[in-house]
Design a protein around this ligand. Structure first.
Ligand SMILES: NC(=O)c1ccc[n+]([C@@H]2O[C@H](COP(=O)([O-])OP(=O)(O)OC[C@H]3O[C@@H](n4cnc5c(N)ncnc54)[C@H](OP(=O)(O)O)[C@@H]3O)[C@@H](O)[C@H]2O)c1
Length: 327
């Protein structure tokens, strides 16, 4: 089978190669991969940057993860002997936590997959898993979002933000998004109530305050704090920068608490079937939808990640895998 192999650090080192098709373990399904997506974590493990990622979950000198890719949508072609939820032919999506999705086939434990929403394509489905789960868990679990609250999404137009706007609307919030104005039409269509172009206006200085701020793009927590109501909650999506770790995890919580506000940072998304099924139901009910910025073929995975790495996609960057098999 064809796969993107990552044997040395660097986007330019990614190669489309012929490798052996994996054999599923007892609790795994073999998937014919139809699509995956670009994510920050994949970019980090491919580039080996920032350096601490090599200590945490990649190799010190060369990548430990030989075939990257974690968001996944595809069709089951074979099941291990302990698999009970799926059979060959089923269309599924999820997060492959052991990576391997930038390939024609991959083996994934069945608990990491759920049935694909019936009303979207494989490409759209691959745009959903991590982006929607980060948004859902940030707003509902970390932020405790309530109906009628004023919620601000900082970095509203990307792969996470476009879900956050829709999920916050689903929970009954009045939603303000911050991004550049070229993405305003898309976000108004998705339901945003107010939009602010960060290149033209400083949202922390316009007199408005919010019950909940969810920040995906980077800005100092001390600026965000100004725009929080008393008792307001600021949730950060985290990120690779040392500054952010220092602000979100070390000094931020103390400074916010002193003012009666709350900061939630330094958390990681928890990919799980229960939340993904919740998202699937919202998609099938027409309450939320994935936004695909651009779709690249598997052979252009490096280009897809490069485009994602600019930090300005309007929605999610998807990698599609062509198959000729007919079911
Ligand atoms: N905690 C976790 O478990 C977790 C999991 C996954 C990802 N993350 C974090 O999430 C981030 C990536 O999110 P993503 O995939 O949604 O990114 P993305 O698709 O690149 O979107 C970036 C967003 O930020 C906006 N933006 C860029 N520069 C900005 C600025 N100076 N001020 C305000 N907004 C700005 C962009 O708007 P325009 O394009 O309109 O300018 C866009 O809306 C990374 O930091 C990653 O570490 C965290």
């Amino acid at each position: 089978m064809k796969a993107i192999s990552c044997l040395k650090y660097g986007l330019s080192e990614l190669k489309l190669e012929e490798v052996e098709k994996p054999v599923p373990r007892d609790n795994e399904v073999l998937l014919e991969v139809h699509a995956s997506s670009a994510t920050t974590h994949n970019l980090m493990i491919i580039e080996g940057k920032p350096f601490f990622v090599r200590l945490l979950d990649s190799g010190l000198v060369k990548p430990r993860i030989k075939i990257p890719g974690s968001d996944i949508s595809g069709r089951v072609v074979m099941v291990g002997k302990d698999v009970t939820k799926f059979k060959p032919g089923d269309e599924v999506f999820g997060v492959s936590t052991a990576f391997g999705a930038y390939a024609e086939y991959t083996a994934v434990p069945e608990h990491e997959l759920v049935p694909k929403p019936v009303n979207i394509s494989f490409e759209e489905a691959a745009a959903v898993p991590q982006g929607s789960l980060v948004a859902l868990q940030a707003l509902r679990d970390k932020g405790g979002i309530q109906k009628g609250q004023k919620v601000l999404i900082f970095g509203a137009s990307g792969g996470i933000g476009s879900f956050a706007v829709q999920i916050a609307k689903y929970f009954g919030a009045e939603v303000t998004g911050v991004c550049s104005s070229r993405n305003f039409d898309m976000l108004y269509t998705l339901g945003a109530d107010h939009l602010i172009d960060y290149t033209k206006q400083d949202y922390t200085k316009n007199g408005q305050t919010y019950d909940l701020i969810f920040a995906i793009a980077y800005r100092s927590i001390f600026d965000h704090k100004r725009a929080l109501k008393p008792n307001g909650v600021y949730v950060s999506a985290g990120g690779p920068s040392v500054t952010r770790i220092f602000q979100d995890m070390l000094i931020g919580p103390m400074v916010f608490k002193r003012d009666g506000k709350k900061l939630v940072g330094g958390w990681a998304v928890n990919p799980n079937a229960k939340d993904l099924l919740f998202v699937k139901e919202l998609i099938e009910a027409g309450r939320i939808k994935p936004v695909v910025d651009r779709c690249y073929p598997l052979s252009e995975t490096a280009k897809a990640l490069q485009h994602y790495g600019t930090g300005h996609p309007g929605g999610k960057v998807v990698i599609a895998v062509q198959h000729s098999t007919k079911f």
